[in-house]
Design a protein around this ligand. Structure first.
Ligand code: FE2
Ligand code: FE2
Length: 165
């Protein structure tokens, strides 16, 4: 992938830091997503690579909604590794929990809602993405999840920098 410009890097980090001002968003750091990656790191990484990929594609995306939706896509706030009947079918139900939480703290655009609600597609077969931003995040999410599960380091410095603060 071509290098991200410093303006694009600043745009990504500014959007991320704005969301991180909400304590509950930072709380995603308390839960493990895959391997030893926290849910917060996972979300920031998915957002970062979704943005990078979108910049490379010959179509225009709503970049701000893409980044915000991706950062909030797993905002469900529990450890899915600990069995509990409230999230027995975690893979199917957590997009709804994440969307409900996100709506409490943010005014979401339709694209952001779509990204969060549809990111598990095609597992949630009837819930296909309506916007290209949501399709992109659902694809990037799967690649990042696989890498994290296999302990392949994929956290870019742009994400590490945000989390140091
Ligand atoms: Fe998810
Ligand atoms: Fe995810």
């Amino acid at each position: 992938m071509s290098t991200i410009t410093s303006l694009q890097k600043i745009a990504y980090q500014r959007i991320a830091r704005e969301l991180l001002q909400v304590e509950q968003v930072r709380d995603m750091n308390r839960y493990i997503q895959h391997g030893n990656t926290s849910t917060l790191t996972h979300c920031l990484v998915v957002a970062y690579y979704s943005y990078r990929l979108a910049l490379r594609l010959p179509i225009r995306f709503q970049y701000k909604s893409l980044i915000r939706g991706a950062i909030l896509h797993d905002f469900y706030l529990y450890d899915w590794h600990i069995p509990d009947k409230s999230h027995k079918l975690h893979g199917f139900v957590h997009p709804r929990f994440a969307l409900n939480n996100a709506k409490i703290y943010f005014n979401l655009t339709p694209i952001e809602e779509d990204i969060i609600a549809k990111h598990m597609w095609p597992l949630t077969i009837k819930n296909a993405p309506r916007f290209k931003e949501a399709l992109l995040v659902s694809i990037v999410d799967k690649f990042c999840s696989l890498a994290e599960t296999l302990y392949i380091p994929i956290v870019p410095k742009e994400v590490a920098q945000i989390q140091q603060l």
